[in-house]
Structure formats: structure tokens, C-alpha cells
Ligand binder design. Structure first.
Ligand code: AMP
Length: 608
């Protein structure tokens, strides 16, 4: 059966998994790590670096290294979150041609899906290397709270990476699938997911016969580990400013070093009570002397700095239970997901809120990818072993007169679903109505919601206002695709659209990006092949050159021997030239001849 991978495309780290012999397993990368930093860097020579290798050079190449691209994906240039990122980021975020967001690396502007695609491509390569076969299909996870545009942008990223994204599923749902994989008893669980950039809480009912039903979900796509790091950075910057009257934020490289040190300190404080932050030569003073930053940070100061962030997650949990009309005691298990849940204060607050100790049996960094792999396998299997019933994370509705948001499908409605409502005309002899489809949770100010699409129903029968009745029907299918139908109830006249979310990219742009990504892969695979052959050629020439003096001594008296030695020297020389010229075809040919020469040399030495 075709292998379909599950990818957790995280803000900070990504992880890929697959179902093997009936169990989900995480695939380690070449370095042996089970997660790969979601980081992309472009070197001065234009070389693309992804993952650990990008992270390692982030400090010295801060302007051209992207992290946390997920915070920007599917967002409009004008959104407050993007404005915030522009102000605080060490890389350059610029406006794209469709009010979208682009990232400037060296002299090229990349769209956010393109950057995410580079990470996905890396995950795909990790899987292909492990499986020894090409992989073309994937299930990718997104925060439950992502809106349709963010989901579409993630799909685009998958497509650019050469993957057929067979389903996008919510991270907490994936975590629940993984949690419930081997557990047969029905129960209600809460998944508390605090990662690098986003927070999600979902409540799910795991029923009999593999039914997973999401009861409620909520979250904040701009609340995560990065905010905790930012608090430490603020604390360090303010302290430094007081001491030296210098603003470290003005220096991109210093900022990147601070970020690194802040994250490191935060992680360390999950294990120890106090840690040293040491950044020698962080900046030079006005008098050209090097200044160092050295401070110790203890766990309780960190907890004070971040208290409101933790509280915000608990408030969202409280609201979610309320929305689902659930009592705390009805939640039978709490599953922690995301790297940030290693912080003792978070574990303590979650335990205090839910009044139960969180489940220890799942790995917070791997559980989402494992769940994605389970779903991936289920989607291509012909056995119906699992049913996933997810909910809409945001309300869907239309904009009506007076900028009112009229909700048709409330938040947390199980999908697939269909809902309708009857509206009447607002003007005398009105012959057309414009239907503006919106998604969001703000009833008071409709403009805070995301516009998903619009269409016009024309040819209405002329009548006094309020007398023409129009039925508007919303439908969401299992893939989360929204269709809207408007119908004049008297004449039967109707008009419908399928709401296609917009990632901010046109189809042509996506196609061009797919081509670029394919070219990159061909180049990468061929440079990997060249490197393998080069290493083999170097090994053979070293061996030949090592045996050369002995062979010369043994066969020097015969013409045949001298000829063989000249040929051996010549082929080693040719191989070196081919390596310099990076000529893979030539080198392959030389490789064969060098193997033969080495065999002969070994034979001569053994006999001699
Ligand atoms: P994720 O998006 O799930 O990979 O989570 C990444 C976030 O978890 C980052 O902000 C990390 O700094 C944070 N993180 C990872 N390990 C720890 C730890 N031991 N203690 C606190 N935070 C951590």
C-alpha cells in the first residue's frame, strides 16, 4: 500500500511520522533527532539551509534566517499580528503583491507558504531517506484555531513541497488520535497544546468503535513559547539599558543572540531552579569597548515574568469548558502537547485548573505527528476503523445591513454540517443582494472577522422591502470546504459559490513555486549523489596512493608493471580533476577503473 506520511509542521520544530506494522513511529532525521527546527536560512553564496543546520548559523546570519514562519502563514499584511512580527523580527518582513506577507532573504522575496514548503520538503526528504522510496502524499496538522486562509496557505505550502496533502487535521485532534490509538475504553479528554507559537485547547470524546468526536476547541494563534522568550528578552534588554544606557534591540545580531539565550534559559529552568545567561561581547559601547551581558535568572522570576501568559491559557480553557457546557470533573484525562508544557509552572497550573494530574504517557513533541500518521494511514486504508468528527473552530456567517455579523454556523459545530436562515430585502424594489461570507468570532464589530468570499444574487423580483425572502444555506463538508447557496424562495432563483479560502497566492504563483521547489530537489539530490561518489573516489585514491610505493617495488622491473603504475597514477589524477569540475558522469567512470586498479594492487601486494 502507498505510504502516506503525517507531518506536524510546528512553529518551532517539525516532526514526521508513519504507520509501520500497524504502529505509528516518528522518523528521525539524518542527525538522529526526532524533531527538526522549522528554520530556513539562505547563506551568502545563496545556499538553502533547513533545520538544525539553519539553526546553527542563525546568530551569524540573523537577517537571512527565518523562524516561526507559521505565525505569518495565511495572514494579511495589515493584520496586527503581522505588524507585531515586523517590529520584533530579526529577519525582514515585507508587503507582498496581494496584501500578503513576504520574507526578504538576501535579495529575494519569498512568500510564507514557500518558506514553510522548504521545511515540508525537508520532512519529506527525511521520510524518503528512511523509507528508501519516494513519498508524495501527506496529512499535515494545523492549530485547531487556524482559519480557512491559514489552512489554505498550509495546503499551498504542501503543494509547493511536491506533496499531495490528502487532509489537513487539527493538532489537538491528532494528539487525541495518538492518545486513543491503543486505548479502547470511551472517555472524554482535554488536549492542552502550548507550542512555540500557538495555544490550543480541545475537548474530545473518544467513543467506542474508533469514533473521535471533538466537542469544543479554542485557542490563540499568537500565544506560545516565543512570547515567553520575549519576556526574558525584555527583562534582559531593560536590565542592560539601565546599566549601560544602550538599547540592544537596535542590533540584529545581538537580538538573535538574546533570543537564543532566552530560549535556552527558559528550557533549562524547566529542569533547574537557577541558570546563568552569559553573552560575552554582546555589543560595543560608544567608547568602542566591548560590553558583556551576564545575569542569572531563577525559576520564580521567569514565572513572574510570564504569569499573565499562563493565565491566558487557563482563561481559554475555562471559556472552552463553559462553551461546551462541560464540568471540569467530566474531563477524565488531560493530555499535554507542545514543548512548552515541559515548564513546571504550566503543568502545575493545568493540574490546578482541571483538578487532575495530566497524563504522562504521551511524548509532547511527537504525539501530533504520530496522530497525523494514524489519520494518514486510515485515509488510504479500505477498512473503516476510525471516524473523526471535528468541529468548526470559528463561527461562519454573512455580513448584513449595518455591518452586523449574522451567524449561521456557530463555533464548535460538528462538521460536516448544513445550516440555513431566511433573510429579507432591506430596500424597496431591490433586485440584487450581495452576500459577504465571513468567518470569525466577533459579533460586535464584523470588520474584525475574516472575509472568505462574496457573491451577488441578481434578478430578484421587484417588491416592497421585507417582502422578498432569501434563504441562505451554508454547508461545510468533511474537508472543511464551505459552500454557500442563496435562494429567492418565491421564484426559486438561486446562486451559489464554493468558498475558496485564499492563501494570499495566485495559482500561477503557486505553480511557479512548485517548479522552483522541484528544480531545487533535482539539484539537491544530484549534489547528494555527487558527494557520495566524491567520497568513494577520495577513499579509493587514498588507498591506491598508499599501496603505490609497495607495488612499484614489486613490479618495477616489468614493462607491464610500469605501464600499470602509470595508468594508476593517471586515473587518480583524472579523478581529482573530475572532482574539481564536479563532473559526476566522468567521476562515475573513473570510479570503476579505480576499483579495478585497487583490486589489482591488493593482489600484487598479497602475492609479492
Ligand atoms: P513545539 O512548537 O511543540 O515544538 O514547542 C516548542 C516550544 O517549546 C519552544 O518555545 C521551546 O522553547 C519550548 N520548549 C521546548 N523544550 C522546553 C522545556 N524543556 N521547557 C520549556 N519550554 C520548552
Amino acid at each position: 500500500m502507498e505510504k502516506v506520511i503525517g507531518i506536524d509542521l510546528g512553529t518551532t520544530n517539525s516532526c514526521v511520522a508513519i504507520l509501520e506494522n500497524g504502529s505509528p513511529v516518528v522518523i528521525p532525521n539524518r542527525g538522529g533527532y526526532k524533531t527538526t527546527p522549522s528554520m530556513v536560512g539562505i547563506t551568502e553564496a545563496g545556499k538553502r539551509l533547513v533545520g538544525h543546520i539553519a539553526k546553527r548559523q542563525a546568530i551569524t546570519n540573523a537577517e537571512n534566517t527565518v523562524f516561526a514562519a507559521k505565525r505569518l502563514i495565511g495572514r494579511k499584511w495589515t493584520s496586527p499580528q503581522v505588524k507585531n512580527a515586523v517590529a520584533t523580527s530579526s529577519y525582514r518582513i515585507v508587503e507582498g503583491p496581494h496584501q500578503d506577507v513576504r520574507i526578504k532573504l538576501r535579495d529575494k522575496d519569498y512568500s510564507v507558504p514557500e518558506v514553510s514548503a522548504m521545511v515540508l520538503q525537508e520532512m519529506r526528504v527525511i521520510a524518503e531517506d528512511y523509507l528508501g522510496q519516494p513519498v508524495s502524499k501527506a496529512v499535515i496538522t494545523v492549530p485547531a484555531y487556524f482559519n480557512d486562509n491559514q489552512r489554505q496557505a498550509t495546503r499551498d505550502a504542501g503543494e509547493i513541497a511536491g506533496l499531495d496533502v490528502i487532509r489537513i487535521i487539527n493538532e489537538p485532534t491528532a494528539a487525541a488520535l495518538s492518545y486513543g490509538f491503543d486505548r479502547k475504553e470511551p472517555r472524554t479528554i482535554a488536549v492542552y497544546d502550548l507550542g512555540g507559537g500557538t495555544f490550543d485547547i480541545s475537548v474530545l470524546e473518544i467513543g467506542e468503535h474508533g469514533v473521535f468526536k471533538v466537542v469544543a476547541t479554542a485557542g490563540d494563534t499568537f500565544l506560545g513559547g516565543e512570547d515567553f522568550d520575549a519576556r526574558i528578552i525584555d527583562w534582559l534588554v531593560t536590565g542592560f539599558q539601565k546599566e549601560h544606557n544602550i538599547d540592544l534591540r537596535q542590533d540584529r545580531m545581538a537580538l538573535q543572540r538574546l533570543k537564543d539565550a532566552a530560549e535556552k534559559a527558559k528550557c533549562e529552568l524547566s529542569g533547574v531552579r537557577e541558570t546563568e545567561i552569559n553573552l560575552p561581547f554582546i555589543i560595543s559601547s560608544g567608547k568602542n569597548e566591548a560590553l558583556h551581558l551576564q545575569r542569572s535568572l531563577n525559576r520564580s522570576t521567569l514565572e513572574e515574568l510570564c504569569a499573565d501568559l499562563v493565565e491566558r491559557t487557563v482563561d481559554i480553557c475555562r471559556q472552552t469548558l463553559e462553551d461546551a457546557s462541560l464540568e471540569k470533573k467530566e474531563v477524565e484525562e488531560v493530555v499535554l502537547v507542545g514543548g512548552m508544557t515541559r515548564m513546571p509552572k504550566i503543568q502545575a497550573e493545568v493540574q490546578a485548573f482541571f483538578e487532575r494530574e495530566p497524563c504522562k504517557g504521551v511524548h509532547p513533541d511527537e504525539v501530533v505527528a504520530l496522530g497525523a500518521a494514524i489519520q494518514a494511514a486510515a485515509l488510504v486504508s479500505d477498512k473503516q476503523e476510525m471516524i473523526l468528527l471535528d468541529v468548526t473552530p470559528h463561527a461562519l456567517g454573512i455580513l448584513t445591513i449595518g455591518n452586523q455579523f449574522e451567524e449561521l454556523i456557530p463555533q464548535n459545530t460538528t462538521v460536516p454540517t448544513t445550516r440555513n436562515k431566511i433573510f429579507t430585502t432591506s430596500r424597496d424594489h431591490q433586485t440584487a443582494v450581495k452576500i459577504l461570507v465571513m468567518q470569525g468570532d466577533s459579533k460586535a464589530s464584523a470588520e474584525d472577522n475574516e472575509i472568505l468570499g462574496e457573491f451577488v444574487l441578481t434578478g430578484l423580483r421587484r417588491a416592497p422591502k421585507g417582502q422578498v425572502e432569501i434563504e441562505v444555506t451554508f454547508e461545510i463538508n468533511a474537508d472543511g470546504i464551505v459552500s454557500v447557496l442563496a435562494k429567492d424562495l418565491e421564484t426559486g432563483l438561486e446562486q451559489s459559490i464554493q468558498v475558496t479560502a485564499s492563501s494570499g497566492l495566485t495559482r500561477d504563483e503557486v505553480k511557479a513555486m512548485i517548479d522552483n521547489a522541484q528544480d531545487y530537489m533535482v539539484e539537491r539530490r544530484s549534489s547528494e549523489e555527487f558527494e557520495e561518489i566524491r567520497q568513494e573516489a577520495v577513499k579509493l585514491s587514498v588507498e591506491i596512493e598508499r599501496l603505490l610505493p609497495q607495488v612499484e617495488q614489486i613490479v618495477a622491473t616489468s614493462d607491464f608493471g610500469r605501464d600499470a603504475i602509470d595508468k594508476a597514477k593517471a586515473i587518480v589524477g583524472k579523478a581529482k580533476i573530475s572532482i574539481e569540475r564536479k563532473n559526476i558522469g566522468e567521476l562515475k567512470e573513473h570510479l570503476e577503473q579505480m576499483s579495478r586498479t585497487l583490486r589489482m594492487f591488493k593482489g600484487v601486494v598479497a602475492k609479492g
